[in-house]
Ligand binder design. Structure first.
Ligand code: NAD
Ligand code: GLY
Length: 356
């Protein structure tokens, strides 16, 4: 099972495929030629990923008749900003990319979000491809077409929806991930389990994830593909994917992005689960089970930032609509709902779940 290639279709307009399995980096040129004609390709990677994987990717692309150039930026969420975006756009222009050319995002969610946004705005939109190298990018950010950068006011405040032409997820890349970065991806996959799949959640409870990460990636991608097909632009159901993110984004912002996304989402998930349980919005006790699962996977279950600071940071976030905010509330493991409330109610909700 671990050596097989899985292909998951995403039925957006236009549709694309997510291919998951080992050895895909070395095959990326040929595989991309199935969806793209020979063209110019700019590969965007950060300074950690580039020495590990850039050469394999560029060689494969060149063998498949792509004219390749590369753009490298310093690793880290703090660089997912206007300045790096501007540098990428200027590079695409200097390389004379045209509307028939493409951007290849090689790396984690930061490279994917930012290279995708550059592709979305360069010449009013050119094609791009996602080659995720973190577990987080594999299970979540490479699929669904959300692209973005952070602004001083908060996470992902400038962005666009643009679906990739293809996603190639080489599971061999997971072997070089440090444990804490692997854990970031586990946080988004545990989130998926809480949203829709108790048996997926249970894999993380008993620590069997590492036995077959490809299967976990495929389950997460299959679920996300379905949500994105039904609600590409986040008018309704897709909001569920933000479980744990209101507090999570606030934690990231309060830490000036020193706390990584997955760790922040884990803490946000633990807080909202406790709030929901204590406010009587769950079908029964769930918060203890969620916290234990997060701990088992090396993730935090709380934050030192006080509720007031978190609420203020969250209310600058884009998920606020006028005087209201929509929170994702876990009802039981595998089932969540949306709850719209006046922005004034956010602070008491966070206060209810802040303490362990
Ligand atoms: P990241 O891209 O910063 O990667 C984390 C670290 O791992 C970086 O230092 C990177 O250089 C390193 N790295 C990447 N691949 C590696 C590998 N194979 N081996 C060793 N090191 C490797 O962060 P991330 O956790 O992948 O993604 C977080 C970002 O994703 C956040 O900006 C978040 O907002 C975004 N996100 C977007 C979506 C979406 O739908 N677009 C969904 C979830 C998260
Ligand atoms: N990660 C949230 C989304 O893709 O909608």
């Amino acid at each position: 099972m671990a050596d097989t290639i899985q292909v998951i279709p995403v039925g957006t307009v236009p549709p694309y495929q997510v291919t998951i399995g080992p050895g895909l980096l070395a095959q990326c040129g040929g595989r991309l030629r199935d969806v793209l004609p020979p063209c110019r390709a700019v590969v965007v990677a950060d300074t950690t990923v580039a020495p590990l994987y850039l050469r394999t990717v560029t060689e494969s692309l060149r063998q498949a008749e792509f004219a390749v150039s590369t753009f490298t930026f310093p690793a880290g969420e703090a660089r997912k900003n206007l300045s790096t975006l501007s540098d990428i756009l200027e590079f695409l222009a200097r390389e004379h990319l045209t509307r028939t050319d493409c951007v290849v995002a090689l790396g984690g969610g930061v490279a994917g979000d930012m290279a995708g946004f550059a592709a979305a705005v360069y010449l009013r939109g050119i094609r791009y491809v996602q080659i995720p190298t973190t577990l987080l990018a594999a299970v979540d950010s490479s699929v669904g077409g959300k692209t973005a950068i952070d602004l001083a006011a908060g996470k992902n405040l400038a962005g666009a929806f643009l679906q990739p032409a293809a996603v190639l997820c080489d599971t061999d890349c997971l072997c070089t991930l440090p444990a804490d970065i692997f854990a970031d991806g586990a946080a988004e996959a545990i989130k998926t389990g809480v949203l829709c799949d108790e048996s997926l959640f249970a894999l993380f409870e008993d620590g069997t994830l590492t036995a077959d990460p490809a299967a976990v990636i495929a389950r997460c991608v299959t679920y996300k593909a379905g949500v994105v097909e039904r609600d590409e632009k986040e008018q309704g159901e897709r909001k569920l994917l933000n479980l744990g993110h209101t507090v999570g984004h606030a934690i990231e912002k309060c830490s000036q992005y020193a706390i990584p996304h997955g760790h922040a989402v884990a803490a946000g998930l633990a807080v909202i689960a406790r709030s929901a349980e204590r406010l009587g919005w769950t079908d029964g006790p769930i918060a203890g089970r969620i916290a234990a699962c997060l701990t088992k996977n090396g993730l935090p279950t709380g934050t030192a930032y006080p509720p007031q600071a978190l609420a203020e940071a969250a209310l600058a976030d884009k998920k606020r609509a006028g005087g209201e905010i929509t929170l994702v509330i876990p009802r039981r493991i595998g089932n969540c709902g949306l709850r719209k409330m006046p922005v004034e109610d956010l602070l008491p909700v966070i206060q209810a779940g802040w303490e362990a």
